[in-house]
Design a protein. Structure first.
Ligand SMILES: [Zn+2]
Ligand SMILES: [Zn+2]
Length: 351
């Protein structure tokens, strides 16, 4: 084996690291450096971390401490296979002791270093939380329904969809994705939203899940950095007809079985299927709901007709046999009294 002399210490060595022997090399080599004290700014409400002029949600206080240490840790640029282990230990909610171990390799030699630091946390309100507590909003979503009032279930469903959309947008780093306020009104619900973009996403998600449509009307409310700021009112209209509604449309009596996007149903007078777009339903009126049904005794079945005892007049009347009828003569079946006569309801909803 060739041996050379270290130009720095004069010792004989089998291998030079760079220009000096191993001992001389590691005497001056620092694998990693870390300040003894670090400062991290966190939101006292949502735990967002303030880093490089921006607030971001990266998880709990321990995640923030780890990130703060990672950002401050300097590792020698020539090393390979770097492994960093960060162990934070909470002393108080505002102070963590952190032990760091760094392993790497340089010119075929393994190197290891241990460091300790202290992370001091200051807590204040982030951009999002201070906007929310100040009542800031850009978009108002007015949830209403066409020719009726939204049900409590529908209002709850819209709020749940809004929260879900906001949650996903926040996860992607949108600091204006929040709900400032929600007002429960007789005619529906008003949602106050941090940005118009978020409002638009919420309305699209509601249409996707519940049907209906929305329109936007902007109004100028101020300027920021020379740019006009608009507030947009989103008029959200839930569909007029819901599953379970019985409607009168072009001389047909239709029980609605499915309503978002397309209106599907069964014609109660002959059992045929009904299918139309909400836009095609001009002139349709709701005459009853499936829940208004009463029971009547089935007297006899004859081909496509059945005879039932009218529960009010006690007269036997002949009506069309519903699409799905499992009952036998003598059984009770569900019928609906309407201004257009008596109709038997299907035992099961198709589709
Ligand atoms: Zn040397
Ligand atoms: Zn916050």
């Amino acid at each position: 084996m060739n041996s050379t002399v270290c130009p720095k210490c004069g010792k004989e060595t089998g291998k030079l690291l760079g220009t000096v022997c191993k001992d001389c090399f590691f005497e001056q080599f620092h694998l990693a450096e870390l300040p003894l004290v670090l400062h991290a700014k966190m939101c006292s409400k949502c735990n967002a971390y303030f880093n490089r002029g921006k607030w971001t949600n990266i998880g709990n206080a321990e995640n923030v401490v780890n990130r703060c240490v990672e950002n401050a840790l300097f590792v020698h640029k020539d090393v390979e296979d770097v492994e960093i282990c960060i162990e934070p230990r909470q002393l108080t909610p505002y102070m963590y002791r952190v032990h760091v171990e760094v392993d790497a390799g340089i010119m075929g030699e393994p190197v290891h270093q241990e460091l300790d630091t202290e992370v001091r946390i200051t807590r204040e309100s982030c951009d999002m939380c201070s906007r929310m507590s100040g009542g800031y909003f850009e978009g108002i979503i007015q949830v209403r329904a066409t020719n009726r009032v939204p049900t409590e279930d529908e209002k709850g469903q819209c709020i749940a969809i809004a929260k879900n959309v906001v949650h996903h947008m926040q996860k992607k780093g949108d600091r204006l994705a929040f709900i400032t306020d929600s007002l429960d009104l007789k005619e529906g619900t008003d949602l106050y939203i941090g940005s118009n973009n978020t409002s638009n996403h919420i309305c699209r998600a509601i249409v996707e899940e519940m049907g209906g449509s929305f329109s936007e009307s902007p109004s100028l409310f101020g300027q920021k950095d020379g740019k006009d700021l608009y507030r947009i009112t989103f008029s959200m209209r839930l569909p007029e007809f819901m599953p379970g509604d019985v409607i009168h449309f072009k001389d047909r009596i239709i029980e609605v079985t499915n309503s978002p996007r397309r209106i599907n149903g069964i014609d109660l007078s002959n059992g045929s299927r009904f299918n139309a777009l909400p836009d095609e339903m001009k002139g349709a009126t709701r005459i009853a709901q499936r829940s208004d049904a009463v029971t009547a005794v089935l007297v006899a079945i004859e081909d496509d007709d059945i005879m039932v005892l009218d529960p009010v007049t006690y007269k036997t009347i002949t009506i069309k046999k519903p699409l799905f009828l499992a009952a036998q003569a003598g059984d009770e079946i569900a019928v609906l009294r309407t201004e257009y006569g008596l109709f038997a309801l299907s035992g099961a909803n198709p589709e």
